[in-house]
Ligand binder design. Sequence first.
Ligand SMILES: Nc1ncnc2c1ncn2[C@@H]1O[C@H](COP(=O)(O)OP(=O)(O)O)[C@@H](O)[C@H]1O
Ligand SMILES: [Mg+2]
Length: 355
Amino acid sequence: MSYVRLVNVTKKFGDVTAVNSLNLEIGKGECFSMLGPSGCGKTTTLRMVAGFEDLSEGEIYVGDRLISSPKRNFYLPPEKRNFGMVFQAFAVWPHLSVYENVAFPLRIRKLPAAEVEKRTQDALRSTNLLKVAEDSPADLSGGGKQRVALARALAINPDVMLLDEPLSSLDPHLREEMRFEIKDLQRKYGFSIIYVTHDQSEAMALSDRILVMRSGVVQQIDTPLNVYNQPANKFVFSFIGLSNFLDIVWEDGRAFVRGEHAALPASLMPPESMRGEDVLSLASRPSEIDFITEGDEQGLRGILSRKAFLGEIIDYQVKIGDQEMRVQKGRRDPGPELGEACNLRLLRPFWYAGE
Ligand SMILES: Nc1ncnc2c1ncn2[C@@H]1O[C@H](COP(=O)(O)OP(=O)(O)O)[C@@H](O)[C@H]1O
Ligand SMILES: [Mg+2]
């Protein structure tokens, strides 16, 4: 069931269309991520939902309630939206104690003192901050500061938690740990999450659904698994997970890897609908390629140009024609040595028109 709803939301800054006709429905209690490269419009979208930014066009609803509409010149102010917010920068007040940082928004809302005390204690307990309640947040690590920001957002008991790259200033280990903490808090408190990130593994790990955005335009909205397994286009394919692209060209009605003299095997023919294209792109995932025997006619032939030992995984780079492909295999799987010829089978090839 939809809870936060964006209808044709557009935001222009002068000539730049930061967000272009965005339609979106987020369910109650859902964890929804917006993923895309820097500058694609994620923060602008979140700021419009929060109420810090007006809309050029469109409408935003929470439940049945309209909260933003330029057409009706109506904007519910941010403090009336009951959204918690955590941003990338550690937005904590260093002159206030951790406790007061969390209690402050509740005092502003003029809640009774007992309620302020209870909610603040609760939020501090949930974020493991009770023992530093009287310290200044300035004395805490980056992770500690972000916990304070999180506790402050939790204490207002938000309907929706808006998180804009909240973990990107933290070191990788802590980042992973805090992902799980955020999920636990969501389970406990029941809020919806709109999570902005440019980090695909973060989005995959946290989300019920992911929106992939490019230059203000939605590319795909789906579950992490579907975005990975059935990418809507080449951009999504390349943005999620590791990817290989080989340029394929046509000559005399036959398809060739560019720079390669042997035509593609029959098992790798492009779909009928794409046969008129001059250039095609053959996409694959490094983990979805097998080394097959030299005699197999259905393989793609290449030469091993690099081999890197990554622990459990071996990362191979294979030169095919004038292009390179990566293959990843477990360290116990057999694989070629540097300079050796090899034969590859793409387990799940994808085709895209153009380079
Ligand atoms: N206040 C602003 N004034 C002018 N342009 C802006 C402003 N805020 C964002 N933009 C532009 O809008 C686009 C989207 O920015 P942003 O939403 O911050 O992207 P992201 O968060 O995905 O990195 C960018 O081209 C950015 O330069
Ligand atoms: Mg941003």
